[in-house]
Design a protein around this ligand. Structure first.
Ligand code: GLY
Length: 398
């Protein structure tokens, strides 16, 4: 199949030209942008993946429901929907083909928290994290213990692996099953992460994978996305923070975690202070994206503490993003393997969505979903121009 080169090489190989970029220069992208403010309360902010359910959450809040119950309603939506491969039912499995889910929540008014990690067979782990908060003296349960606790509390065991996610996993098994080895923080990182140097090499790889995808039975219209998920395993997640007229706040986050992860791997989503953090005195923040990177900067906690010290939601989020960039010395060649989006809501109704990159691909921009009486999607403020990885990396048929 003939191909033409795309400018992906400029965002990968030539990206190393950015190595000398100073942190001040990196901060320029956010200049001039301001945090926004709710036109009226209550308000919910969440990831774009929960947009379809934000109405339900707002209706609950407007009717006087608890802030955490409203936020949970918003992130439970995609957990129940088998078409969302980032969370709950239909989530992408681990390297053994088993779906393992993580979630956490914080309830501002009572200053309580709950969390679950590596949970199998239970779809609504966001609700389960809240059950840990309400019905135990603990904050965090993981693995088999969390699953048994769920069943004891009335949650129903079910098979979470859909046919679509199973076939995508098979494609990964047959073509890329290679987690073992150095991560991007290692000096040896290139031993595992090597993007093809030439468009022809990309084309060969994608063509080979398309053939295998066909034998696995992946529908033609789903093949390119399946291949992408194999080459660049997604860490999609969803988060929601809520604030009511009384100034009460809560937040929650849920995920199936990094696709094809090693069994037992936990990302940032179940970590109070990384995937989600709410302080009734200050605000609430949550994250989606590369869990390993967010854990190292305790992203959500960092953001809330930044706001406590007087930063706006936008400044607070950008500071957390820049800490991630600092951890890789601004090396865009490594950072192209990192995605990070923060959703931030301050106690006075000011809010922001910030991201490391513009989006996942040239035709996608990270979005913040907001409902303050008016439901909308707003672009995040990104530190780096362009997508983390342009996709598809080659143009077909030209
Ligand atoms: N942010 C989701 C994960 O890395 O697991």
């Amino acid at each position: 199949m003939p191909i033409s080169r795309r400018d992906f090489l400029s965002s990968t190989l030539a990206g190393s030209a950015a190595l000398g970029l100073s942190m001040d220069a990196l901060a320029q992208n956010a200049q001039g942008e301001q945090s926004k403010r709710a036109s009226k309360l209550p308000i919910l902010v969440c990831s774009e993946f929960s947009y379809n359910w934000i109405d339900e959450g707002h209706k609950l809040l407007a009717g006087g429901a608890d802030t955490l119950d409203a936020a949970l309603q918003v992130i439970k939506g995609p957990e129940d929907d088998p078409n969302y491969q980032n969370v709950g039912l239909g989530g992408r499995p681990n390297e053994e083909g088993v779906v393992e889910l993580d979630a956490c929540c914080m309830h501002g008014p009572t200053r309580t928290a709950g969390s679950v990690g590596g949970v199998r067979n239970i779809k609504n782990v966001s609700l389960l994290s809240n059950t840990v908060r309400l019905h135990t003296g603990h904050v965090m349960l993981v693995g088999e213990g969390a699953e048994r606790f769920a069943v004891a509390q009335g949650f129903v065991r079910e098979n979470l692996l859909t046919d679509k996610s199973r076939k995508d996993w098979l494609l990964w098994k047959e073509t890329h099953s290679d987690w073992w080895g150095p991560g991007i923080a290692s000096p040896d990182w290139r031993k595992r992460f090597r993007a093809p140097a030439h468009a022809e090499e990309w084309n060969d790889r994608i063509q080979r994978m398309e053939e295998i995808a066909a034998t696995i039975g992946i529908a033609p219209e789903d093949r390119l996305e399946a291949i992408r998920s194999v080459i660049y395993p997604p860490t999609g997640t969803t988060h929601c923070s809520a604030l009511n007229e009384k100034g009460e706040m809560s937040g929650c986050t849920t995920t199936s975690g990094l696709a094809w992860k090693i069994a037992g791997r936990l990302g940032d989503s179940p970590i109070i202070g990384a995937g989600c953090y709410t302080d009734q005195d200050v605000g609430s923040a949550g994250a989606i994206g590369s869990g390993e990177e967010n854990i190292k900067v305790a992203g959500a906690h960092t953001i809330v503490e930044n706001m406590r010290r007087g930063m706006s939601p936008l400044e607070a989020g950008m500071d957390a993003i820049k800490r991630i960039v600092r951890n890789h010395n601004g090396d865009k060649e490594r950072l192209q393997f990192v995605d990070m989006v923060y959703y931030i809501l301050r106690k006075d109704g000011a809010y922001a969505g910030v991201s490391l990159w513009e989006g996942y691909s040239a035709d996608h921009h990270h979005m913040l979903a907001v409902h303050d009486g008016t439901k909308r999607l707003e672009k995040t403020v990104n530190l780096f121009e362009g997508p983390s990885q342009d996709w598809p990396p080659v143009q077909f048929g030209s």
